[in-house]
Design a binder for this molecule. Sequence first.
Ligand code: B12
Ligand code: SF4
Ligand code: SF4
Length: 379
Amino acid sequence: MQQAELLRSKLKALGFDAVHFTRLSEIEPKQLMDWLGQGFHADMQWIKTSADKRLDPKLVLPGVQSLILLGVNYYDGKKEEDSPRPKIARYARHTDYHDTIKPALASAGKILEELYSLNGEDYRYYVDTGPVLERAWAAQAGVGFVGKNAMLISREFGNWLLLSAILVRCELPADEPIRKKLKTESKKSKSIGLLCGSCTRCMTACPTQAFTFEGTLDARRCISYQTIENKGIIPKALREGIGNRIFGCDTCLDVCPWNRFAKSGRKLLLNVREEGAHLSLVELLQMTEERFKELYRKTPLQRLKYPRFIRNVLIAAANAKDETLFELVLPYLSHTNNLIRAHAVDALRRIDAVRSKKHLQMLTLTENDPLVLTELNET
Ligand code: B12
Ligand code: SF4
Ligand code: SF4
């Protein structure tokens, strides 16, 4: 077997479902720089400060010649239920994938060392958190195409690939990107939405209208950003659109017709954690900080920490408009955390405006936190 094919099969055996190679080439800077220029990165300043590295892997690993783009299929074979139950994004229903994929990347490095007589200085690997434009490189390497929902979509696995990358100082034979003759030249980016045709399902399905253009997402309006990355108050205008999503959002992924080809993954690099994934609003509102820490230990929700988790649950409770939740929300009005108190004000008001009045008036007498006062003064 040819050396590169041997490498590919060994990496697949480690648990990577998609293994593609590409050579170092120029990444068109316009897309990223425009995105940053418009402020679409919200407060994720780390993307801006590492923009030069994201555009030029030579700044990450001098002498890099090739990139290996890897995909892990995390589809569980089940269509998402259309249920009012609180929703946690699919990827977060596992132990944190950074922790389960990284050891396999370390093993991949050892395989590279053996096959190409390299040492540990000759490659660098990343899953998600590194300064690498993973979707752009994955498209270049032919893992899939970038959809109008900005996702890297695989013809084999649909929207359900988690990506990682290895930068390496050796020459690997480049896999072909997916190509298709384009109908119009007026598109903003030549390759976005390559296999979407006239479909725009993802863009119209987005509950908070986060897409400003095909493949361009304003993170400030994205539920994934708001429920995972935002450290503070959730903007009023977006709260209703968040619906029952308490961590992340899969809506623009779920509606995509390319998922019809997806099959349940091998789960060699994933650890399914369903126990906290499908709880009711009553169970979530009754969750103590100790229980939260225990239930979501080592899952992506751990990083959120309890106050932001309850913030998200309170938004979902407000959106449920279920009066029986009023008594469960009420104790959060006297919580020591200001973010929780502020969102409890909003939730009580939206669940039952009349009943909430006397409780909110009482809080006005003692409250002096500006965040909560702003919320109290809203009508
Ligand atoms: C910041 C970030 C976010 C932000 C911003 C998202 C965004 N659209 O940029 C927020 C918090 C909103 C987010 C949300 C989600 N994210 Co996120 N996120 C990232 C992160 C860390 C950086 C992305 C980035 O640089 N954005 C800047 C924009 C400009 O770049 P981009 O969209 O990635 O890629 C564009 C450019 O590369 C441009 N481009 C430039 N040159 C070229 C060249 C070619 C040939 C092509 C085709 C394109 C191209 O086209 C792309 C599309 O616009 C990446 C990991 C990484 N290191 O890349 C994960 C990543 C993109 N996220 C991921 C996931 C799973 C999600 C969520 C599904 C999570 C969830 N369920 O809630 C949502 C999906 C939202 C969506 N529709 O995009 C996966 C996506 C996997 C995949 N198959 O595409 C990644 C790759 C993490 C991983 N390692 O698997 N995310
Ligand atoms: S992840 Fe949700 S909120 Fe974000 S763009 Fe997709 S559908 Fe919209
Ligand atoms: S839903 Fe339609 S437009 Fe959106 S990414 Fe999928 S195929 Fe493309």
